[in-house]
Design a protein around this ligand. Structure first.
Ligand code: GLC
Length: 510
């Protein structure tokens, strides 16, 4: 591995294909729609995209219930559409990551159809089956999305099967080497097609203690997938890492390790021989508060640093309320963008955050997600027309608020927009070795303010973020020039020593 693989300095942009852009008028975004808007991404200045699942699926969990890992669902297009998207993205200098969903399949996947056919089917042991009686699940685990038992009783074969998510998402049995071999074939299929890496769904749940012990009583009712942390997963990841590193071109494994403790997350980088990158969700759930963020940054440095593990930062994705909505104002979301794009680590942007999109308000009759995550999955408005650049005025979910102004076309023409702020920040990252790969040092700052310095060799930047709504004087010693301001004011001029309320500055030596 080179000391500075591309993904260390990259900014990675998540496309949720259903909501990016529709090309065929069915109201659901697709791969051809994504291809048509690659120019938005190259203009913006991101280095890679991660595509949420576009595989064949009954869509009970909107694609995270896969029934064929090696084909595109007709809703999203064809393998040819995929190849065109990848070829054009890479030609524009944008790498492509796909989502790997190895913990579970759809209950309609041929593997599970066989597995549930009879107790002696050769694929029976590809999933997690347990004896019992219909009145009492084998353990006390709670499923995500339903908050019911993580077990469903199969009437026909009179056993229970495990599902950490919906009953339509049975867990694969990774203790069976045939399952691992089959999933390695899937990984090779996409690597051979030219993908630059994978975002791995529910990475931390692959290894399981065959005794499937009860969760402690004080955690009963907590979705098991958010606390599952079994050492068997590490050997699985080491073998997957060897496979991926065997391919040329620095392919990357980014794990979704949904454990809300940074020290547990760090373990999934192994000794540099497991995940290349892992999401770290505690900062996503941190409040908009300077000392909370200071603690998260210090924690990431303390846990990742000694292992040589490279951190990641993410504020929004398809599973959580957008940070523009959570933080409650555009000014805060702008300051958060400065934070996200200047911290030490690889930032992940969720499509639409660069437009400052808020979650859509979903009327009860339009709710479709069993986990209640529709608001953040609203379609992206591309322009101010009634159909916002889509072929239909009425896509699968309602538009987010203010699509007449919060859309790609209007914001591109407005130098003061959120979109233009993201573009300036991404350009500043690319131009500064300190921002792209330097060390980070937390600086002393007044209450309500977070300040840090990034440094690599002779290159330096300072970032100050005022989490409070009031102006604050922040003394920084030497003289600094405002490179990027979250509110756009004073860029290119000297730092005045005062920071407006809910404002952040990226400063370069004067
Ligand atoms: C991950 C995905 C989420 C999905 C779940 C089950 O958490 O991000 O969208 O519902 O896994 O696959």
């Amino acid at each position: 591995m080179s000391p500075t693989p591309w993904w260390r300095s990259a900014a990675i942009y998540q496309i949720y294909p259903r909501s990016f852009l529709d090309s065929n008028g069915d109201g659901v975004g697709d791969l051809e729609g994504a291809r048509r808007r690659l120019e938005h991404l190259s203009w913006l200045g991101v280095d890679a995209v991660w595509l949420s699942p576009f595989y064949r699926s009954p869509m009970r969990d909107f694609g995270y219930d896969v029934s064929d890992y090696c084909d595109v669902d007709p809703l999203f297009g064809t393998l040819d559409d995929f190849d065109s998207l990848v070829a054009e993205a890479q030609a524009q200098g944008i790498r492509v990551l796909v989502d790997l969903v190895p913990n579970h399949t759809s209950d309609q996947h041929p593997w599970f159809v066989e597995s549930r056919a009879s107790r002696d089917n050769p694929k029976r042991d590809w999933y997690v089956w347990r004896d019992g009686t219909p009145d009492r699940p084998p353990n006390n685990w709670t499923a995500s999305l339903t908050n019911g038992p993580a077990w469903t009783w199969d009437e026909k074969t009179e056993q229970w099967y495990l599902h950490l998510f919906l009953p339509e998402q049975p867990d694969l049995n990774w203790a069976n080497p045939d399952v691992e071999a089959a999933m390695h074939d899937v990984v090779r299929f996409w690597l051979d097609r030219g993908v630059d890496g994978f975002r791995i769904d529910v990475t931390h749940a692959l290894g399981k203690d065959p005794r499937l012990p009860d969760d402690p009583p004080q955690l009963a009712g907590v979705p098991h997938s958010s606390i599952h942390d079994d050492p068997r997963t590490h050997a699985i990841l080491r073998r997957l890492r060897r496979l991926v590193d065997g391919y040329p071109g620095e392919r990357v494994l980014v794990g979704e390790v949904y454990l809300l403790d940074t020290s547990l997350v760090a373990a999934y980088y192994g000794q540099g021989d497991e995940l290349h990158l892992s999401f770290n969700f505690p900062p996503l759930y941190a409040p908009w508060d300077a000392s909370a963020w200071r603690d998260e940054i210090a924690m990431a440095e303390a846990e990742f640093g000694p292992r040589g593990a490279w951190p990641t930062w993410v504020l929004s994705n398809h599973d959580n309320v957008r940070h523009r909505t959570r933080y409650g104002s555009e000014a805060r979301a702008r300051a958060a963008a400065v934070l996200l794009l200047t911290l030490r680590g690889t930032p992940f942007l969720y499509a639409g955050e660069e437009l400052g999109l808020q979650d859509a308000v979903i009327p009860p009759e339009r709710v479709v997600d069993p986990g209640g995550r529709d608001g953040c999955r609203a379609p992206l408005p591309w322009d101010a027309t009634p159909s916002h650049g889509w072929p239909t005025t009425d896509p699968w979910l309602p538009w987010p608020p203010d699509p007449e102004t919060n859309n790609a076309e209007v914001e591109r023409l407005d130098a003061s927009s959120m979109l233009q702020l993201y573009r300036r920040l991404l350009a500043a990252r690319r131009a500064s070795p300190a921002l792209a790969g330097g060390d980070i040092e937390l600086l002393t700052a007044p209450e309500g303010v977070l300040a840090y310095e990034r440094r690599l060799a002779g290159d330096r930047r300072v970032v100050v973020v005022n989490f409070s709504d009031e102006p604050v004087d922040v003394f920084l010693g030497s003289s600094w020039t405002v490179e990027v301001a979250s509110d756009g004011s004073g860029e290119g001029g000297p730092y005045s020593g005062t920071l407006g309320g809910s404002t952040a500055l990226l400063l370069a030596p004067a």
